[in-house]
Design a protein around this ligand. Structure first.
Ligand code: PLP
Ligand code: COI
Length: 340
């Protein structure tokens, strides 16, 4: 397979139009047969539910070229399940799991030339999503929907790559108590944009969002969950009903316990206890594990002893083990690697 002529090491986290994407429509109360198209453009009615009331959910996963040259995806069944949960919360018809996986396979195969080579530092990011396509003017769920899945090659989400980043404690909330923080709906990300732009304007890489009910506990950032390492080398990860149940975090918890023999605790984490941790990382499909060097809480610096120069030792072990599993150099738990 001839690969596209790209400077894989320097593509950043950006959209590139690739060759083929998958489309399926929901109408007359049923998901219709899907098809592939070379057309990256949508034409919508001016009153489509997505445009008026933001009825949309999405997912994010990656395809990797492994050390032996095959192409794999990582736990796509969990993305399919989470998208079904998101759809239900948004009063949308869930897209069946087996069809989601079939769409992943079709899109990766049709765009194999866009899957970055092993060792290039880039991967193929897959973006499944579904949105309300028919008109609604009264506030209610639409009758018709479209599921689409496109892909784009990506590099590291944070421009620093493996260098630790700096976060600020946001004055804004990304989710509401009993709201939609636990699902992957575009509306949550619209909510985070102002906080993001403000953080960037103040020289920060990302926001740490607090729990919207009491503003005392750590939630997550706009696009990743937190993992902390204690001074004893144990893992602590925040538990909350209003954060996205990250597939990367769930996988890392397993890796920490079963591959590295570390103790993991999932519990509420107070903002006031952050200075007691030795390392901090952000985990997600896009972020993989990005080390955090410093969190600034209204002028008060919380610095992690692992420093601003490189990943801390436990974060590095987690990173190496997870990426080794994804790239086929470390044996994966049963069912984690889906070969295309
Ligand atoms: N939290 C938020 C808000 C996200 O957008 C993401 C990205 O998907 C994550 C966490 C990480 O989730 P995952 O590991 O499933 O990609
Ligand atoms: C992902 O990690 O897949 C996400 O959707 C996060 C997003 C901020 C790019």
């Amino acid at each position: 397979m001839e690969k596209k002529d790209m400077d894989w090491g320097n593509i950043g986290f950006a959209y590139h139009t690739t060759d083929q994407r998958y489309v399926a429509d929901f109408k007359n109360g049923q998901w219709q047969e899907g098809y592939m198209t070379g057309d990256a453009t949508l034409v919508l009615n001016e009153c489509a539910g997505i445009l008026q009331y933001c009825q949309e959910v999405f997912e994010g996963l990656k395809a990797y070229t492994t050390a032996d040259g095959s192409i794999v995806t990582f736990r796509p069944d969990l993305n399919a399940e989470r998208m079904m949960d998101s759809a239900k919360r948004m009063e949308m018809p869930p897209f069946p799991k087996e069809r989601f996986i079939e769409a992943v396979e079709k899109v990766v195969r049709a765009n194999a030339a866009w899957v970055p080579p092993y060792g290039s530092g880039a991967t193929l990011y897959l973006r499944p999503y579904m949105y309300a396509s028919s008109p609604v003017i009264g506030v209610k769920p639409a009758d018709e929907y479209q599921f689409r899945l496109f892909c784009t090659p990506v590099g590291p989400y944070f421009k620093e790559g493996a260098k630790p980043i700096t976060l600020c404690v946001s004055d804004f909330d990304r989710a509401a108590p009993h709201g939609t923080g636990h699902i992957k709906a575009g509306l949550n990300y619209a909510m985070s944009l102002h906080a993001n732009v403000t953080a960037h304007a103040n020289g920060f890489d990302e926001n740490l969002f607090l729990d919207p009910g009491t503003r005392t506990y750590v939630e997550e950032t706009g696009g990743a969950n937190f993992l902390f390492v204690t001074k004893e080398g144990d893992i602590v990860t925040p538990q909350s009903d209003s954060i996205l149940p990250s597939i990367t975090r769930r996988s890392l918890v397993y890796v920490a316990e079963h591959y590295l023999g570390l103790k993991v605790t999932q519990r509420k984490v107070k903002l006031s206890e952050l200075s007691e941790f030795a390392e901090c990382g952000l985990c997600g499909t896009a972020a993989v594990i990005s080390p955090v060097g410093k969190i600034v809480d209204h002028g008060r610096d919380i610095c992690f002893p692992s420093g601003m120069d490189e990943m801390g030792p436990v974060t590095k072990k987690l990173y190496d083990t997870l990426t080794g599993i994804q790239m086929g150099t470390i044996e994966a738990p049963e069912g984690w690697i889906h070969k295309i």
